[in-house]
Design a protein around this ligand. Structure first.
Ligand SMILES: [Zn+2]
Ligand SMILES: [Zn+2]
Length: 311
């Protein structure tokens, strides 16, 4: 985040004739804000995104995918403060210290805001990520993403939630968009929208932080006294998305607003064209577990088969 000049006043306070000093400067929005007004700016921005993409309303039951990191906890906090019915869902991936620490933080946060946290243990359901990693032919992050999506969707239905919200932020979305564009991966680009509609067996998935940067969500967590896990998952090391993030952040520093423009112009100019040419394939039911899939056997059941053979 750009440096704040000494003595800068909060833009909103100034307009009201107050003299509060700014503690944050958001160069891409040309806003200097005090702590209180940053927190309300953040929540208003989340609400605006929810409304812009018609993600959900106050009647919906929302399950927030909680990892123990700043994004998911900030999202959960903001949704509850905005008056939405949002509960948490945590998947214990069984990654040693990382999982123990992040679970503890997710749990104490759920107590703090007095909303339930549903916990699923991957070790009991399938196998912990380190074991899955040994039999998977894909990078650990991709296998992990697959199992998270599967159990999230399955439990959302079982527990009676009709919306799944994830903490993907602007930096995440831009890094993925950049990677997909570099490879002209049209099939992935077509799905890169902050709302994935509900369809046979799939619960609607939304990303209310898609216009919030990583730094903004860290700051929001800090100002609200939210404790979150600060180190990366040990399995994410070397992921290309991390390299893209570094590259794009250097660009952003020189040209504030680049990320937001890249993302929002994609949604406005490119996404509708891709969407128009989409041949919609209907999901089938996995012949083993009955969950929705585009193959005969879903990827989690395939994983389970591979795990059985490996024993
Ligand atoms: Zn202010
Ligand atoms: Zn299956």
């Amino acid at each position: 985040m750009a440096k704040l000049k000494k003595g800068t006043r909060c833009s909103i306070c100034k307009a009201k004739g107050e003299k509060e000093k700014a503690v944050v400067f958001l160069p891409h929005h040309r806003l200097a804000l005090c702590r209180k007004h940053f927190v309300s700016w953040f929540e208003k921005r989340v609400e605006k995104t929810v409304k812009e993409f018609r993600m959900f309303s106050k009647k919906d039951r929302i399950l927030v995918a909680v990892s123990g990191g700043k994004d998911s906890l900030s999202l959960w906090n903001a949704l509850v403060n905005l008056g939405y019915q949002a509960d948490g869902f945590y998947i214990d991936l069984g990654i040693d210290q990382y999982s123990q620490d992040s679970k503890q933080l997710a749990l104490s946060f759920s107590e703090k805001i007095d909303r339930p946290l549903h916990i699923v243990s991957l070790k009991e359901e399938l196998a912990p990520i380190p074991v899955i990693d040994t039999v998977s032919n894909r990078p650990a992050c991709s296998a992990c993403g697959t199992v998270k999506r599967y159990y999230m969707n399955r439990y959302a239905k079982e527990l009676g939630y009709n919306i799944i919200a994830t903490g993907h932020n602007l930096d995440d979305e831009v890094a993925v968009l950049f990677g997909n564009t570099l490879h002209w991966d049209v099939n992935y680009l077509k799905r890169q929208y902050p709302v994935l509609e509900e369809e046979d067996g799939f619960v609607r998935k939304v990303k209310p932080l898609c216009k919030i940067t990583e730094k903004e969500s860290a700051l929001y967590a800090f100002f609200n006294g939210i404790e979150y896990i600060e180190y990366e998952c040990p399995f994410s090391e070397g992921a290309s998305s991390i390299e893209y993030k570094e590259l794009l952040s250097r660009l952003e520093e020189k040209h504030p607003g680049t990320k937001l423009q890249f993302y929002t112009n994609f949604l406005k100019n490119m996404y509708p064209i891709l969407k128009e040419h989409e041949k919609k394939e209907k999901p089938k039911k996995c012949i083993i577990c009955g969950e929705p899939t585009y193959a005969d056997i879903c990827s989690v059941c395939k994983m389970r088969e591979r795990l059985k053979k490996a024993v």
